[in-house]
Every structure is written in structure tokens, then in C-alpha cells.
Design a protein around this ligand. Sequence first.
Ligand SMILES: [Zn+2]
Length: 253
Amino acid sequence: MPLRRDEAFVLARYPFRERDFVVVLLGRAAGQLRVVARRVRSLRASHATATEPLAHVRVTYFERAGSELATLDEAEVIRSAFDLASRPPAWAAGQVVAELALVYTQPGQRNEPAFRLVERCVACLLDGHDSAAVAWYAELWFLRLGGVFPELARCGVCGVGLPPGPRLFDGLEKRFVCAEHRPAGSVARIAAAGVEWLQRASRLPLEQIGEAPPADAAGWLVSLREAFTEREVKSWRYLRLLLKDGGGADGSR
Ligand SMILES: [Zn+2]
């Protein structure tokens, strides 16, 4: 059984057998990875902390031939995300980021851009950045990393540069179009403010994106992700609830 080392984020953890956990990690080198943490509930506190969701950790683990489950050997915390627990919207946004990472990454496939995106999102949440902005930035960037984010600047049919302002999206062909190539069927319109948010978030680091997108751009991001992944991200429900309760900007629908 070869011993491997990696740096990882904890995406999820759930009980397994009598007293063990399965911990789902996003490793910088390994991509998505499932490890069994033995008797972690009775282990010393530091080891338990290292398997808390969104913890940034250094791990060693044993791979087992023919098994998708590796066995955790050691886990050491680089940065805990425990502080998020005292700020429910930040915690909920972190869950959205983790769930998106689960949806978009594959077991055994190195995906360093996805690792860096999660790293950036978790760091911003811990630093007190706007929770909804972080979650929506993750929605946009996982689409970009997945290679399915359409070209915003040009018509997807004729290639003509699109002027500043609102955009028409062909929902069937999944491309932005000029007025001339507006299809007869499914068209989504994103107003100028939403287009501008999408352009800024595509270009700028998360630290410079301080607010959630307008509702039309947010809804468009969700529909694009659902079309591409065929998955609902359930963590959004809780984040939306918290944002409404807090009276904050709720860009989702
Ligand atoms: Zn065109």
C-alpha cells in the first residue's frame, strides 16, 4: 500500500461503519479523493479538527489497490475554517463552494485550478468577504474551469463584437448572440448590470468582487450550471434563506 502525501481541502465528511468517517478531500495533486478516517471520533481533537469541512490540511494516506477508498494516515491543519461557524452566511457560502467542488471535480483527476479556486474562496470567507459574492464567484469560475462558460464579448454565430449593454443568450445553443442572430425559441436576456458583473468576475480576483450579481445574471449562472452538470446545489437553499433573513442582497432565484 503506497503512502501518499498531499495538501487538501475537506469537502465533506460523513459517518462510516460503527465509528469511522469517510472524508472527501480535494487534493492539490490527487484531485477528488475519499479517505477513511479511522476512529476519528475518539481520536485526539487535532485530528478531528483536520477532518472538519473546509479545513485546509496536509495529509498522508494509504492507497489500496482496487479500492476507491484510501485510508487516512495523518492529517495536519494548515488553516481551519472553524471560524466560519460563528457566521452562518459565511459558513453556508463555504458549503456552496464545497458542493460545487464535489460536482465539478473527478476522483483521481488532478485539478489544480479547482483547488486554487476553493483555496481563494475559503480564504476570502475567513477574511470576512461578502458571503454571497464568494458563492456566486465560485458558480461562475467552476463554469469557466469546466470549459462551458460562453464567450461574452462576441456573437456565438457570426463572431461580431457585442456592444456594451444587455445581452441575449440563446438557451438552446448556449451562446450569446447579436440582435440579427436572435433565435426564435428560448432566449434569456441579461440586463447591462448583470453583464457587467459577469465581465468583472471573469476578469478580476475575488477580492475585488464585493457584491452578488443582479438576479438575472445569477439565475442565468444557475441555469447554465444545471444544464451542464444536471445537478442542483442543495447548499444554496440554506444560504438563500440566511441572506433573506439578514436583509442582504439576494441575487439568486
Ligand atoms: Zn451574430
